[in-house]
Design a protein around this ligand. Sequence first.
Ligand SMILES: Nc1nc2c(c(=O)[nH]1)N[C@H]1C(S)=C(S)[C@@H](COP(=O)(O)O)O[C@H]1N2
Ligand SMILES: [Mo]
Length: 333
Amino acid sequence: MRLKFNKYQAIKEHDITDESVWQNRRTVLKALGYAGTMSILSTSAKANPLNWFSDDEESQFVQKKLNARPATEQSATMTKESVATRYNNFYEFGTSKEDPAKNAQSFSVEPWTLQIDGLVENPITLDYDDLFNKFALEERIYRLRCVEAWSMVIPWIGFPLASLIKLAKPLSSAKYLAFETLHDPNQMPGQRSRFVGGGIDYPYVEGLRMDEAMHDLSFMTVGMYGKTLPPQNGAPIRLALPWKYGFKSIKSIVRIRLTDKQPPTTWNILAPSEYGFYANVNPNVDHPRWSQARERRIIGTGLREQERIDTLPFNGYTEVAHLYKNMDLTTYY
Ligand SMILES: Nc1nc2c(c(=O)[nH]1)N[C@H]1C(S)=C(S)[C@@H](COP(=O)(O)O)O[C@H]1N2
Ligand SMILES: [Mo]
């Protein structure tokens, strides 16, 4: 089943039509390699970045490029874009939820380099344009469950991590992937000050076992809500691992190293008894300081737009359960 792109029009209510969005649409078109004149963008009706479903040449180009795939959520339950882009965890830009949206606005992501190396036959270096052009882009609506017991439903645009790994041709000795966020204290205030950055030793690092990384759910994300990622959500490229706690979904990635050893991961280094390497969403294993049995699903900021719901094993993505079948999930939390 294909997600019809006109579904997107259901979220028109929380669109924005200001200049920054304009620019964003241009960025997406450019990133997708659109060679047209874009003169069509000068009418105000076209300013809606999500209005990519009409018959004009530009819209058809985008629809074709963003090869959609089945949605796992109804658009009615999708988190509002205005909330998903203003309530963030990105400690490089400060530890309060509203800090990243405030402090990351001038974050410059172009040029960008993403390097894939280590135990591979074919090391790869991707530049900014490659992130959008090298792989067929798909849209996926995923649930995001933060270890802090809140959750959102977000429409991402990206490509399977497996496509990237395959291109690098992993050696048989490669058992894990080590991910790294950009280290640039000039741009990231949290990396200049331990106080602002929450005491983390940067760069932020994360890891996956090879079979987890190769699972089709593991998604490299270059956009959300039909547009390129805003800086606060991890531009220009971040992971989305919907069955794991949010901290595994590392942002603004510059390097992926294939290795034979389980790599160190930021939150595990900081508090090993609270945050494990696996971090699979699990209502039956509580955080030492709070329960993980339930979560606050955030759709919007209104009282009626936040709901307490039960947390599901693997955040409901039970298709990954077999990856952990012989593991005690209380030990490997
Ligand atoms: N580099 C980096 N990646 C990060 C974080 C961070 O602080 N730094 N926070 C993580 C956490 S705890 C969560 S819940 C998600 C939040 O993603 P969002 O702000 O796009 O919702 O990003 C994750 N990726
Ligand atoms: Mo999180």
